[in-house]
Every structure is written in structure tokens, then in C-alpha cells.
Design a binder for this molecule. Sequence first.
Ligand code: UPG
Length: 318
Amino acid sequence: MVTGAAGFIGSHLVENLVARGVTTVAVDRRARGSDALADENLAPARGDPRCVLVSADLAQDGLDDAVDGCDVVFHLAARPGVRQSWGDEFDDYIRSNVVGTRRLLDACVRRGVRRVVFASSSSVYGPIARPSRESDPTCPMSPYGVSKLAAEQLCLAYARRPDSALSVVALRYFTVFGPRQRPDMAIARLLFAAYTGFPIEIFGDGSQRRDFTYVTDIVDATIAAADIDVLAAVVNVGGGTSASMNEVIALVGQCTSRRVPTTSVAARPGDVPVTAADLSQAQQLLGYQPAVGLAEGIARQTSWLVGLPHHRLLAFTP
Ligand code: UPG
């Protein structure tokens, strides 16, 4: 099962699993026809007999039937957005990220699921002076980070329950990019700015650094986490190098051969100055090595975007 199957990362994961011949239950709360972006993301998998689409809200719907027979649950469903989480929808962050996770875990225990792979986030770390290790103290800087840390810890607590057959791998994803990236995220917005001429607001002076991770690397690490021999583990998944926003702006300019119009606004609360992943544990446990660098990944995201027919482009507009 993949939860959040109609999302940016979830939809890539579903496609990859189905292509490997894995029968996949694809769960998302956005029912067909209710959300243009979700419909677009799931379009390639829809219609494949190995993909069973289920429309369910983890925080309120019965989940046992959907979970029944699933060996592994990849739990990616969440309310995303670091900066947006200071707004007035905190209830939905808790409901989606914490309550939904708990209800899913209960269903997994009842139905004897072997492994939950949880999509955690680098947002559980605070400001850092060196690449973050999984053993570092957590220090989320946003309500979103708090909700992801709570969900991650909940998963691990379920794995440690003596009466559960469940084991958990929580993957701390670092800023993921690539085709279908959420339109509110930086690289999607930079490409939009380059092609439309509408400036992107840069939060702060552009010196903030992110360990950008290409989506196929994330999917490979996520699938590898299904079968490793652990009871409860936390693993960073990053792109391997940190780049500043100013460097990313330059790369998008090179890739598109266009000027990227920007305006500068105040830094946003919740954004840390630097994220960087120590990947030793990912290498050891998952055999993980990022394969697609930032420049190559931006080139691929650009080709995908320019290849979209006009009527499909609208769904990905910020
Ligand atoms: N940024 C801007 N202007 C924009 C959008 C973003 O300056 O219009 C900056 C932002 O301040 C940040 C950087 O660009 O410093 C990257 O932003 P973005 O691509 O949105 O990613 P993150 O804020 O790092 O958050 C992503 C996911 C989140 C996940 C986290 C994991 O949105 O769900 O938990 O990466 O590290």
C-alpha cells in the first residue's frame, strides 16, 4: 500500500512499484475529479490492473479492508508545507499527520502488516553546523516539523510494542524535487518564474542551503527500506550535497536559458538556514547512493515541464 498515492512522491512510488509487477493499493483522500493535481499525478498508474485505487481519508475512514493483505505499507500521506504550517490550519496538520498516522498504524497491527516505511522529514532537525545524523537531537522549527516528528515517533513506538508484528523504517527525506514537484516548492516556482516572467519571491537573501534530493533517488531508497532487517530505524535520505537558493536560481537560469525574475522578501519563520544529510546510515542500511545530482535533476524537471501539453500544465501552476 502507498498512502498519499496522488501526491508528488507517492505517485512516483506507485508507478515504480507497479512497473516492478507489485500489486499496489494506492490510497489518497483526494477522490477522482476533486483535485486536478492529484488526477494528473495518478494518471499514468490509473488503469493498470496492478494498481488498486482507494479513496480514503486516513483520519476518519475505515482502513482495515484497504490494508488487508498488504505486506508493506509506504506511508507518505501528509499535510505538507513548512512555512504554511504557521497559518490557521494547524488542526489539519495534526489531524492528517498525527491522527491519520495513528489510525493507519492501528489498522496495520490488526491486519498483520510486516513493515511500515514512513516518510519523515529533514524538518525534524534544527539549525546545524554539520550534516545531520539520525542520532542528533531533534529540534523542529515549524509546526509542520513538530507534526512529522510526532508521527515518526508514533510509528517507532508501534514497532516497539511487544504485541505487534510490525517493524518500521522512518526515512527523513531532504527537500525532494523532480517532475510533478508540488507547485508551492522552490524549484517548481523558479521554473514558473523563468517561463512566465512573473517573479518568484525569495525568502531572505537566497543564501539558505538545502540538500535537494531527486525524486527517483527517494523512490529507490523508499523501496529498499521495505526489506531491510530492522525493528525500528530512522534513516536520512538526501541528495548528497547542499546548494544555496542563489546557486539554484543560477542553475534554473542555465537550464532554461532564461532570466529568472526574483524579488526579495523577509525570511520566513520555520525555514532553517541549512539542511544537509549525513548519509552513512543510508549507505549502510539501504545501500543508498544518490544517482541524480542537482543540475541533472533540474534539467529533467525542466524537460518534463516543457513537454507537458497546455491543458495539463494548469494543474502544476503555482
Ligand atoms: N523558497 C523561496 N521562495 C519560494 C519557495 C521556497 O525562497 O517561493 C525557499 C525556502 O525558503 C527554502 C527553499 O526555498 O529555503 C526550499 O524550499 P522548498 O522547495 O519549498 O522546500 P523546503 O522548504 O525545504 O520543504 C520541503 C518540503 C517539506 C519537507 C522538506 C524536507 O516542502 O514537506 O518536509 O522539504 O526537508
